[in-house]
Design a protein around this ligand. Structure first.
Ligand code: PBG
Length: 326
């Protein structure tokens, strides 16, 4: 028999051979770790749908940050849970808002850590929407002013990167102009450029206490069935001055990560969202999957898809496992 075929297995013959030809790698520098800072005292409350993820009050932030640093993580993404909410989300842009206070604290105590501030209104508004509301409408242009105020107050508090997640049209242009005018020309914008209206945000809404009180987010976040629309969203953010492009959620949208990577020349950030975390966590707690192997496989999948950075609740675990395997 004269068979013609390729011997792919030659390059898989041993661990060292596989390491030699490995195309993608995870590094702790790739990770951005989300933190939920809650107003109040002596709080370190586990989010029931996200085992291992906690809401922490300011008096527990020092310990939390020491743990983050001990894991070698260099960037955190801050979400705030205010004690009071109102119609226009005042606590989002207040100088003493919880994210502003936490940012000042981190930059004072851990100056080398990069603070990424999520800029949105939903955790701060009584109606839980990401913009101003009139009747059952989410107003676009009227929301921009508040988002600009939030971004400026976060930059004033010392945030290194502004990450607007609200999906109003023009938010990057408005925030860039506002930051520049306030003297923050050096502060980059990590835009949630391609953000889908996803059920995978479910556990986050418990963690951040920001579920919409009526309706849904489908008039501002994208339809999960759409791909070409992602090009329009990314393109307009690039034109408006974004410095990073986030694709969110992550795992069900690896094709979109690849599209954004291939078509734009900015760092691409995958947001491995709450529901993706909870699914693996729940299965692992049941003994149905091996948590370490499953998480590392999912995370390297983001790199293979084209993500440069990954926002993930698994960051601490993954950092520990990567060190273990060194
Ligand atoms: C706020 C915001 C959300 C997430 C990040 N920023 C929720 C939403 O848009 O409903 C989701 C993050 C996650 O699920 O991990 N706009």
């Amino acid at each position: 028999m004269d068979l013609q075929f390729s011997r792919h297995r030659r390059l898989r013959s041993s661990a060292n051979m596989r390491a030699l030809v490995r195309e993608n790698h995870l590094r702790v520098d790739d990770f951005i770790y989300p933190l939920f800072i809650i107003e109040g005292e002596n709080i370190r409350k586990e989010v029931s749908s996200m085992p291992g993820v906690f809401q922490v009050s300011m008096d527990n932030l020092q310990a939390e940050m020491e743990d983050v640093v001990a894991h070698g993580i260099k960037s955190v993404l801050l979400f705030g849970i205010p004690a009071e909410k109102d119609e226009c989300g005042t606590q989002a842009f207040h100088d003493h808002g919880i994210v502003q206070v936490a940012t000042r604290f981190i930059k004072e105590k851990f100056p080398e850590i990069l603070v990424v501030a999520d800029t949105c209104l939903c955790e701060y508004t009584s109606h839980g929407h990401c913009g101003m509301v009139e009747g059952d409408k989410i107003l676009n242009d009227e929301s921009l002013d508040l988002l600009v105020k939030s971004a400026i107050s976060q930059a004033k508090a010392g945030a290194d990167i502004i990450a607007p997640s609200n999906m109003m049209d023009g938010f990057v242009a408005a925030i860039r102009a506002g930051l520049d005018e306030a003297g923050f020309t050096e502060i980059p914008i990590m835009s949630y450029a391609v953000k889908y209206a996803s059920s995978f945000y479910g556990p986050f809404r418990e963690a951040a206490e920001g579920a919409p009180q009526f309706g849904d987010r489908k008039t501002y976040q994208m339809d999960p069935a759409n791909r070409i629309e992602a090009f329009r969203e990314a393109e307009s953010d690039v034109i408006e001055g974004a410095d990073f492009l986030i694709v969110k959620p992550g795992l069900p949208y690896l094709d979109i990560i690849r599209d954004v990577k291939n078509n734009f020349n900015l760092p691409v950030v995958a947001y491995n969202v709450s529901g993706e975390y909870s699914m693996i966590k729940a299965a692992a707690l049941n003994g149905w999957v091996d948590e370490k192997k499953t998480v590392l496989e999912a995370l390297v999948g983001f790199k293979r898809a084209g993500a440069d950075l990954i926002i993930t609740y698994h960051a601490k675990d993954a950092a520990r496992w990567l060190k273990e395997d060194e």
